[in-house]
Design a protein around this ligand. Structure first.
Ligand code: GLN
Length: 202
């Protein structure tokens, strides 16, 4: 089974490790370049994208992770991780950078402030049976995807309510990003999809 690193600088690392192990992957924390070299793929957790950006640079990981991404390493980013894998960000704080890789523009904190965090059911392309058994999705100060370039494919949108139609899941080759946090719900289907993407890339 593939070895999947979880970037362990800030955010909900442990939840991703558990979800990956539940679907049969080997999950290891990554906080240094030598650990990055040992993994087949990387998960960038939810948390705070500006903090993770700063810590990537403080731990001398920004350039090595970006290089691996450019070499085709599969990666999955949830929420803050989606922002870090996006090529463009609206609402970035001054000096905030992203690793990039996915040809999308995301809007930070698009759905509102912490109190406006919400949950909804989604159908996501590639997520096993989600047309029939929707994925329960948790959004916490989440970004949405405002613009999708030709290389990226939309996998899912919010179904109803005030944010209906907003794009919240995208795939570009071996890169997967979601606005929401499947790692906190116990539904492991998004992680299963990612592990399948990793297996197909090996
Ligand atoms: N608002 C956070 C950011 O901009 C993301 C929130 C999250 O990951 N739950 O990085």
């Amino acid at each position: 089974s593939p070895t999947i690193g979880v970037l362990s600088l800030q955010g909900d690392v442990r939840e991703h490790v558990h979800a990956l192990e539940a679907v049969g992957a080997r999950a290891v924390g990554v906080r240094r370049a030598s650990e990055l070299e040992a993994v087949d793929a990387l998960v960038i957790p939810g948390g705070e994208s500006t903090t993770i950006d700063k810590l990537l640079r403080a731990f001398d990981l920004f350039d090595p992770v970006q290089l691996r991404l450019r070499q085709g390493m599969p990666a999955y980013g949830s929420c803050a991780g989606m922002i870090l894998l996006a090529d463009r960000v609206i609402g970035a704080i001054e000096g905030q950078r992203t690793l990039g890789g996915v040809d999308i523009t995301v809007r930070r904190n698009a759905f509102g402030r912490q109190v406006d965090s919400f949950e909804t059911d989604l159908t996501i392309d590639g997520v096993d049976d989600s047309a029939h058994t929707p994925l329960h999705a948790v959004f916490i100060r989440a970004p949405w995807v405002e613009e999708v370039g030709p290389a990226a494919a939309v996998l899912g949108r919010v179904d109803g309510g005030p944010s209906a139609g907003r794009i919240v899941a995208v795939r570009q080759g071996p890169l997967l990003v979601t606005s929401f946090h499947p790692e906190v719900t116990g539904d492991t289907r998004v992680h299963r999809l990612f592990v399948q993407i990793v297996r197909d890339s090996l």
